[in-house]
Unconditional design. Structure first.
Lengths: 192, 61
């Protein structure tokens, strides 16, 4: 992940109020990378995959001509919270550094095998970048000032993870990470 | 032909898509195989080829 580019996206998101619209984040990613991304829904088996990001180089291929070079595919049965989160997470990969890119069949196999061997994944750079992009998506969909307000509400037992998830419109599954001891360390690392 | 073999040609051959990056958001079942992931990617590409792509609108949250 290009830290300089992400910092620009992160700083932009700190000026936004929840619910942070996915396109507010994605348009900024496009601006800092100079690339254009298309996102769309396709029927997928969500037991296997909620979505994926794919970047193409063959500009002569009919597929490229139709969809462009950077595409986010979203599983059609996802609810709105999951779809937003997957969309933003996958768009983060426009900022991947070369070493993180899945640009060969060997790296593709490594990536799939990393996901198959959870929770021991993260051995290879593309797999690590997949996990890092989840933190990046959270940091953009939940501005820090809002996170601190929610933390105070949590500490006071005035809300819970579900209450926060519906206000941010993100999956409840990912809310605990916002309040984990390592969250701010990760965000600082990504924006330093 | 395995789904991985299909994906290999389709994604990385010089006269195919020539993928330069691909990342994944896994689904709800942890015990998923590489073949199953490749199958979903292949299915998605086949559906896109016939126009099955409901684009996210600019005003969607």
């Amino acid at each position: 992940m290009n830290k300089q580019q992400f910092k620009a996206v992160y700083d932009h998101c700190q000026t936004l109020q929840p619910v942070v619209h996915r396109n507010s984040v994605i348009r900024k990613i496009e601006e800092v990378t100079g690339k254009k991304i298309r996102s769309g829904r396709i029927p997928l088996d969500t037991k296997v995959a909620r979505g994926f990001f794919i970047a193409l180089a063959n500009t002569e291929h009919p597929f490229y001509k139709r969809f462009g070079g950077d595409i986010v595919v979203l599983a059609k049965p996802l609810n709105k919270c999951w779809e937003r989160f997957v969309n933003v997470k996958e768009a983060m990969h426009l900022m991947d550094e070369d070493a993180e890119k899945t640009d060969s069949f060997e790296k593709f196999e490594e990536l799939l095998n990393d996901w198959c061997t959870l929770p021991d994944m993260g051995i290879h750079a593309p797999g690590i970048s997949d996990m890092v992009a989840m933190v990046m998506a959270l940091a953009c969909l939940c501005p820090e000032a809002t996170r601190l307000e929610f933390k105070a509400e949590l500490d006071a037992k005035h809300t819970d993870h579900f209450g926060i998830a519906v206000r941010l419109k993100i999956p409840e599954y990912h809310v605990p990470l916002l309040f984990s001891p390592h969250y701010l360390t990760l965000v600082k690392y990504l924006t330093d | 032909m395995s789904q991985l073999a299909l994906a290999k040609g389709r994604l990385f051959d010089a006269d195919a898509l020539r993928v330069t990056n691909l990342k994944l958001f896994p689904g709800t079942v942890r015990e998923t195989t590489a073949e199953q992931y490749a199958d979903q990617i292949n299915k998605a590409l086949s559906l896109m080829e016939v126009g099955e792509f409901e684009e996210i609108g600019p005003d969607e949250e």
